[in-house]
Structure formats: C-alpha cells, structure tokens
Design a protein around this ligand. Sequence first.
Ligand code: ATP
Length: 269
Amino acid sequence: MSTPSGETRTDETATSGAVLEVEDLVVSYGARIAVDGISLRIARGKILGLLGPNGAGKTTTLSVIEGLRRPSRGSVLVDGIDALRHPIDARARLGVQLQSSGFQPELNIEQLLRLYAGLYGVPLTRTAAREALDGIGLEQEASKRLKGLSGGQAQRFSLLIATLHDPLLLLLDEPTSGLDPQSRRSLWQRIEASRRRGGSILLTTHSMEEAQAVCDRIVIIDHGRIVTTGSPAELIATHRDDRRVRAIAHGDPTLEDVFIALTGSDLRD
Ligand code: ATP
C-alpha cells in the first residue's frame, strides 16, 4: 500500500489499522539490556499506558519509537511505516512532548510556536498564534521565554507544540508529573481532544489512578520485559485472586495493588 507521499507500508499493518506496532524490541546500553523483547500495539483513537517501576525501560522504548535510539533487535511500524528504515516519514506522524530544554532558549513562546508551526507545515498567522496561546491560558505570556514560565505553563505549551500538526500518535513521557490538579485536568482535556480527533496516545505515568482513569489498555513492564497487559478492568479482574494482590489490597484491589504485587515492593535505582 502506498501513502500520499509515496512511502511503502507493510501490507499487514496497512490492513490491521494499528497506528503503532512494536515487535520484539531489544535495546542495550553497552552490556546492559534495558529493553528485552517488548511488543506493543495501539489501534487508532486508543490510549495505551506503558507502566513500570523506575528503570523498567519505558523511556528507552519511547526513544526508539521517536527515532532517537536504534534497537539491537525488533521492528517499529508507525502507521505501517518502518520507523527504523524511514525515520523521517514515521516522525512526521508523531507528536512528541519535548522537555523545556529541547526548545530554542533564545526565542519567546510566540516565536517558538510560529517556528514549530512552520517546521510542521501548519499555516499559523500572528492572530492564530495569539489565539492558540490564549487557548492554553498563555496569551499574556507570549513575549516570555520558556524558562520564565511555571512548570504547568511549560507543560501546556509543550503539549500544544506536540499536537500542532494533529499527529496520528502522541508520545507522552510522564506528561502530568509535577502538575497541580488544575493543570493536570486541563492537560487531560487537551489530550482527550487529541484522541477525539482520531489521534492515538502512548503514555508513561507513575500515577496508577491516572492510568486507570484514562488508558484503554495498559502494559506493565519490569526489567525491560512485559509482565502483564490488558484493560485496567481486565488487569484487576485477572489478578484479583493472586495471593500477592490479596496480601496488599485493602478491600477491592486497585490497579496500584496489582502493579505492586506484580513488580514487587523493592525500591529501584
Ligand atoms: P523511569 O521511570 O525512572 O523514568 P524508565 O522505565 O523510563 O525509568 P529507562 O530510562 O528506559 O527506564 O531505563 C532503563 C534502563 O536503562 C535502566 O536500567 C537505566 O539505568 C538504563 N539507562 C537508561 N538510559 C541510559 C543511558 N543513557 N546509558 C546507560 N544506561 C541507561
């Protein structure tokens, strides 16, 4: 199957409707295996939560999908495009929430917005740029640099940039960490809006409550391997009678009880 820009998609994914298919991914840092045979699949319009303790391999997995790191084994298809062979074409379909340090420090946020709109090929007049900043409560901050914004304001700005081109797949690495409840809610409204426009989302979070509330499916990983996968309700139903879950649950088991029971209560590096 051929895309409008002429790249070749694999027939299998072109017909399966998956926005992301990661197969048997292995990633090493020197002798250390950080990701050890992970496979993921996300259908259009779905939110997949990648959960795991510190050091489990979540960020490393995302960095391969983003094209920042090469795996030693495995495949990554974004909308049917082989992301390892055609990283630029795959990247055009992704929205990635950059950290503040990833933006040009000398530009103010209105200039950054117009720069990224230009890079993504999204027409944005000065008025439209102001309206977009107004939409995330930052119109008064247009002439400030990112370092002059609060953590919540910077996160909102970064999500605006990541969704400017209506990406097929949004990659969010702990999008709400450090945010107050108001900022968290506002961010989730924007993420939900992206999903309503047909976008899919792959996110990492350490908040089990958040994962339970927003994810269609969850993959729990540990030491670079998949421990279990399913919808939040399936994970609880499947593991509720596990003696490790029963030992820590107070009343009805929660996703957090399942997570801790399956990944252990030891602290990680
Ligand atoms: P966290 O929840 O703490 O962000 P994570 O699940 O995102 O953790 P990764 O950052 O992917 O985990 O790390 C997976 C493993 O790879 C860890 O053992 C980590 O120490 C190691 N690692 C990560 N980045 C590097 C690097 N640049 N060089 C060497 N080892 C690394």
